[in-house]
Ligand binder design. Structure first.
Ligand code: SF4
Length: 121
C-alpha cells in the first residue's frame, strides 16, 4: 500500500507528534505514515483529504495561503531532489532530512504554528 503525498508533507510528517486539526485528521495521518511507500503528487494529497481546511481542492487554512503551500511543496521537492510521480519510501526520505533541514527550517518553519511541536522552540 502506498500513500499519496505532496512535497511539504514529505518533510513535515517526519515531525508528526500526534497533533493536528481534528481527531479524524490525526487518525488519518497515522494511517498515512503507516504505509510503506509514498507516491509524490502535486496539490491536495491523502493528508489534505481528511483536513477540515481543504476547500474546493485548495488549502483554505487561514495561517497560510494555497500559493504558499504550493511553494512549500516545490521547495521541498527541490531540496529532497524528488519529482512528482516518483514512488519513494520513508527510509529514503528520512535519510535526506539532515542535509536539508537547516535550509527548510529557515525558509518555512520559523513562522509556522507547529514550530514548537516540531523543534521544541
Ligand atoms: S492545512 Fe492545507 S496543506 Fe495542510 S493538510 Fe490541510 S489542506 Fe492540506
Amino acid at each position: 500500500m502506498k500513500a499519496k503525498l505532496r512535497g511539504h508533507h514529505l518533510i513535515c510528517l517526519n515531525f508528526f507528534r500526534g497533533e493536528g486539526y481534528s481527531e479524524e485528521f490525526i487518525r488519518n495521518i497515522y494511517s498515512v505514515i503507516g504505509k510503506e511507500k509514498v507516491e509524490i503528487v502535486v496539490g491536495p494529497d491523502d493528508v489534505c483529504a481528511r483536513c477540515p481546511y481543504l476547500e474546493d481542492n485548495k488549502c483554505a487554512n487561514s495561517d497560510y495561503t494555497d500559493e504558499k503551500i504550493l511553494l512549500q511543496d516545490r521547495e521541498a521537492l527541490r531540496l529532497l531532489r524528488f519529482k512528482p510521480g516518483e514512488i519513494v519510501d520513508w527510509k529514503i526520505i528520512s535519510a535526506k532530512l539532515p542535509g536539508i533541514l537547516d535550509e527548510w527550517k529557515a525558509l518555512f518553519c520559523l513562522d509556522c504554528g507547529y514550530l514548537e511541536v516540531c523543534f521544541n522552540e
